[in-house]
Design a binder for this molecule. Structure first.
Ligand SMILES: [Ca+2]
Length: 450
């Protein structure tokens, strides 16, 4: 079956090399949520952290030490991830922009893979639009189990409520029971088992370890840090790690393991409100210091990548889509600009020069930052700070006064980049208020009436 698919694949690409019979790789893209840089035991970590399955990915793949999310909050990172483009190119700057939806002009990685015969599925947190035309089944996915809106979701209450929080199976709300992290793993394992004879793309965006702090008692009782909230966070993390283990086991059991490219990373830095630990990095989610954007990031592809190595090249989540396309032999559409680059040469230690001369982050309001080599320029409410990340990953020593030329160059680079980005989509189309905002509006109205 694999051989005939490979032949069909060959034909599809329109280039045949004698003796070369590629079998398209399966793609598994696992995203954790608000997961601290130090909260994977394959990174510098406190003693209480043990993530044997994430470690297994690292031991059998490449661990990034300068892996970045393209935003310091959830939804914009996901928009950039699925499109391979700075999400600011299409006006997606903030989490509330997810209430408008990712513009329909954007092409997702799932669109491209499905066109090439892949089975495609997303199980978990969508966060890229609520209206029917923005939902997963319209954005390249054959299957969906998860929730559409809001950053967080109750892990135990899986009742049908509203369009933000109901659990959907494909395009219909569905009532479920159990613990959400385990349910997502259940769906992932089933999808892998059902697609043994077809290349597949599994996008598994866990809502773990995002707030609310809710875990299964059997996981909580393993921890005794002295802080019950931190114990609960670690229990949520362990559950997600075990879920990842079940996905890895399913790949092995079905024989898909060696030719499966797995990318794992957190959608932004560890958050303060879930007691995540970012180690030496400064600050948390919502910040453009390293603690908000540098994340645990591992890539594993047993057939094609080194095992157990670390890569120090700055790599950003925008690179995931072009990397997947390169792995699957798919050309990127030529009608638009792609910011992401194929990271495979960097992961193999074969990169000549830099993958990116500059990387940019911008929350559309008051925060922006540029990284160029060892330098990082951070704008915090109009004040510019400069850090040398090669000597100061904790961003403690502001060197802007000593290096005005670097500050000027990086600011100029940022202004030029920003000039090519789009205005926020919310300004084009008014957002639908979420339930919380609606409640506030209703309250105001009632007050006025009184
Ligand atoms: Ca997040």
């Amino acid at each position: 079956m694999k051989a005939s698919l490979a032949a069909a694949w060959h034909g599809h690409l329109g280039r045949v090399i004698t003796g070369w019979k590629p079998v398209p790789p399966n793609i598994v893209l696992i995203v954790s949520d608000d997961h601290g840089y130090a909260d994977s035991s394959c990174y510098d970590h406190p003693k209480e952290v043990a993530t044997p399955n994430i470690d297994r990915l690292a031991a059998e793949g490449v661990r990034l030490t300068n892996g970045y999310a393209s935003a310091c909050v959830c939804a914009p990172t996901r928009a950039g991830l699925l499109t391979g483009r700075y999400q600011q190119r299409f006006g997606f700057y903030t989490a509330p922009d997810s209430r408008v939806g990712m513009p329909l002009s954007e092409i997702t990685i799932a669109d491209l893979l499905r066109k090439q015969g892949y089975a495609t599925a997303v199980f978990g947190k969508w966060h890229l639009g609520l209206e029917p035309e923005y939902r997963p089944l319209k954005r390249g996915f054959d299957e969906f189990y998860g929730f559409l809106g809001h950053g967080g979701h109750d892990y135990f209450n899986l009742d049908i409520t509203d369009e933000y929080t109901s659990i959907y199976r494909n395009d219909k709300p569905t009532k479920d029971t159990g613990y959400l992290t385990n349910n997502l793993a259940r769906e992932a394992v089933s999808f892998i088992e059902r697609n043994q004879n077809k290349p597949f793309f599994l996008y598994l965006p866990f809502n773990a370890v995002h707030w609310p702090l809710q875990a299964l008692p059997e996981h909580v009782k393993r921890f005794n840090t002295g802080d019950p909230s931190r114990d609960t966070y670690l229990a949520m993390l362990v559950c997600m790690d075990e879920a990842i283990g079940r996905v890895l086991d399913a790949l092995r059991r079905t024989g898909a393991d060696a030719n499966t490219l797995i990318v794992f990373f957190s959608d932004n830095g560890g958050a303060k409100n879930n007691l995540a630990n970012n180690g030496a990095l400064r600050d948390y989610k919502h910040s453009l210091y390293e603690g908000g954007i540098r994340v645990p990031f591992v890539v594993r592809w047993p057939d094609k990548l080194p095992r157990g190595t670390a890569c120090d090249e700055p790599i950003i989540s925008l690179d995931v889509m072009p990397t997947i396309c390169a792995a699957a032999g798919i050309e990127l559409p030529s009608d638009r600009v792609y910011d992401g680059r194929d990271m495979l040469p960097a992961l193999r230690g074969q990169l000549k020069g830099s993958l990116h001369e500059t990387l940019f982050w911008d929350d559309g309001a008051e925060l922006w930052t540029v990284r160029a080599g060892k330098w990082k320029l951070v704008s915090v409410k109009g004040t510019l700070e400069l850090y040398d990340l090669s000597a100061d990953m904790g961003e403690k020593n502001d060197l802007s006064q000593q290096n005005p030329d670097v500050v000027e160059r990086l600011e100029r680079d940022y202004r030029a980049w920003k000039g090519t980005m789009a205005p926020r989509i919310q300004r084009i189309r008014p957002a639908q208020p979420g339930p919380a905002a609606q409640k506030r509006t209703d309250k105001k109205k009632n007050k006025k009436k009184r």
